[in-house]
Design a protein around this ligand. Structure first.
Ligand code: TXA
Ligand code: MG
Length: 377
C-alpha cells in the first residue's frame, strides 16, 4: 500500500505532474486528473477555498460530500490524523472491519467512510469536503498519475467526478474538456479510464455495514473479501429520492448521469437467457410506441447482452455497450456521451442487464440516467 511511486521516464509527463501538483499544493484552484474509475476534479481537501472552487466549477450542490483521495496509508496517518508517533502502524487509524478490504483492494476503486479527526489537529479536513457529515469518505486510487499527483502535492485531494453536475461522469480528458472548458486551469490527460464507473462506497462504521454506492468492485467482491463482518452487508437500494429526504449518502438524491437526450431503459426480467420471439415482439411494439409518443426525430440504441444491435430498425444510431459486465462498465458513460454530444440524438434507448455482479453498478447508473423511464421485458 505504501509502495514506491512509479518513475516517469517522460520528461513532459513529469513536468505536467509537477505543475498540477503545484496548483493543488500552493493555490486554491482545481485540476482534473485521471483515475482508474472516472476523471476527478481535484483540489486540496484541507482548504475551504479549493473545495468551494470544486463545487463552483461543477455547479454541484454543496451538501453532497466529496471523496478524499490519498496516495498512501502513511499520508492518511501523517497528514489527515496528524499522527507522526513511532508506534503508528499503517492501519492504526483504519477500523478493523475494513482491514481485509483495504489490504486486498487498495489501491483501487474502493471508498471507505472514516471518522473525522478531531478539530484540535493542525491539518484538519475542510468542513466543506465532508459537507457536515460525521464521517469522511477516503480512497487510494490505483491510477499511477492520480497517486503521483497526490504524493507530489503531498496533499489529500478532494475530488468528485470531473463532469458538470447532473451529466454522465467523464472517462476521457475530452469529456472533461467538453463540460469544464474555461472553468478550470488544467486537465491531466491519462487516456481512457479502465474501470469506467465510480468507486464502490462502503460504510463499515454502522452495524450491519452498508454498501452505499455500487461501483468498480462488486457487492460480491465485498462479501467474499471482507471477511465475516461483511457477510451481513446491506445494500442502499434507493435510486430516486425526493429533495428533502434524508439519505445516508447525499449523492443519491440528485439527478445524475443524465444526457441532454431523454433515456429509456429496457430492463430484462426473469430468464433473459432465452428470449422468445413473442417476448421480443411485445418489447418492440412498446419501444416503437414510446418513440412515436416522444416525437423523437433521432434515436440511438445501445445494446448489451441479449438484444440484437439492430433491434430498433429504421433510422437509428446503433452502438454496442459490450458483452461482459466489465466491458459494459468501461463503455457506458462514453457511449451515452457519444450519442448525446456527437450524434445529437433526442432519445437514447438502452438495454439494461441483470442487477448482479457488475450489473448492480451498471443498473444503478442507468436507472438514474433514465430517471424511471423504464420498460420491463
Ligand atoms: O471513483 C470515484 O469515486 C470518483 C473518482 C474521481 O475517485 N469520485 C466520485 O466522487 O465518484 P463523487 O463526488 O462523484 O461521488 C462521491 C459519493 C457521493 O455519492 C457522496 O454522496 C458519497 O460519495 N460520499 C462522500 N462522502 C460521504 C460521507 N461522508 N458519507 C456518505 N457518503 C459520502
Ligand atoms: Mg459524480
Amino acid at each position: 500500500i505504501d509502495g514506491s511511486l512509479p518513475t516517469f521516464t517522460c520528461a513532459e509527463t513529469e513536468k505536467n505532474l509537477l505543475e498540477a501538483a503545484g496548483i493543488i499544493r500552493d493555490t486554491s484552484e482545481t485540476v482534473a486528473f485521471p483515475t482508474e474509475t472516472v476523471y476527478g476534479l481535484g483540489g486540496s481537501a484541507l482548504n475551504d477555498e479549493s473545495v468551494k472552487n470544486i463545487y463552483k466549477a461543477k455547479n454541484r450542490p454543496s451538501d453532497n460530500p466529496l471523496i478524499t483521495h490519498i496516495s498512501s496509508l502513511s499520508q492518511l496517518n501523517r497528514v489527515i490524523y496528524s499522527d507522526i508517533s513511532d508506534d503508528c502502524k499503517p492501519l492504526s487509524h483504519v477500523p478493523e472491519i475494513y482491514h481485509p478490504l483495504v489490504e486486498k483492494l487498495w489501491p483501487g476503486p474502493l471508498t471507505i467512510l472514516l471518522s473525522i479527526p478531531d478539530g484540535s489537529n493542525r491539518n484538519t479536513l475542510s468542513k466543506l469536503t465532508t459537507a457536515n457529515q460525521p464521517t469522511f469518505a477516503c480512497r487510494i486510487p490505483a491510477n499511477p498519475i492520480a497517486r503521483a499527483l497526490i504524493a507530489l502535492s503531498d496533499t489529500p485531494i478532494a475530488a468528485p467526478s470531473a463532469n458538470a453536475s447532473t451529466r454522465p461522469s467523464p472517462t476521457t480528458a475530452e469529456h472533461v474538456f467538453h463540460d469544464l472548458n474555461g472553468r478550470i486551469p488544467l486537465i491531466l490527460d491519462g487516456g481512457k479510464c479502465s474501470v469506467g464507473v465510480e468507486s464502490t462506497v462502503v460504510d463499515g462504521l454502522v452495524t450491519p455495514p452498508m454498501l452505499l454506492r455500487p461501483g468498480g468492485f462488486t457487492y460480491e467482491n465485498i462479501l467474499n473479501i471482507g471477511g465475516p463482518l461483511w457477510k451481513e452487508c446491506l445494500v442502499e437500494t434507493k435510486v430516486n429520492i425526493k429533495d428533502d429526504e434524508k439519505v445516508k449518502t447525499p449523492g443519491m438524491k440528485y439527478r445524475h448521469y443524465s444526457p441532454k437526450a431523454k433515456v429509456i431503459l429496457l430492463v430484462p426480467e426473469g430468464d433473459s437467457q432465452i428470449i422468445s420471439s413473442e417476448r421480443l415482439g411485445r418489447l418492440k411494439s412498446l419501444v416503437d410506441k414510446e418513440i412515436i409518443q416522444q416525437g423523437a426525430k433521432k434515436v440511438a440504441f445501445l445494446n448489451s447482452l441479449h438484444l440484437n444491435k439492430h433491434f430498433i430498425d429504421g433510422k437509428c444510431i446503433h452502438e454496442s455497450l459490450g458483452t461482459t459486465g466489465k466491458e459494459i462498465q468501461a463503455n457506458l458513460f462514453a457511449l451515452l456521451r457519444k450519442v448525446d454530444e456527437e450524434d445529437n440524438v433526442d432519445l437514447i434507448v438502452v438495454e439494461g442487464t441483470e442487477a448482479n455482479e457488475e450489473g448492480l453498478a451498471i443498473m444503478n447508473r442507468l436507472r438514474k440516467a433514465a430517471s424511471n423511464n423504464i420498460i420491463n421485458f
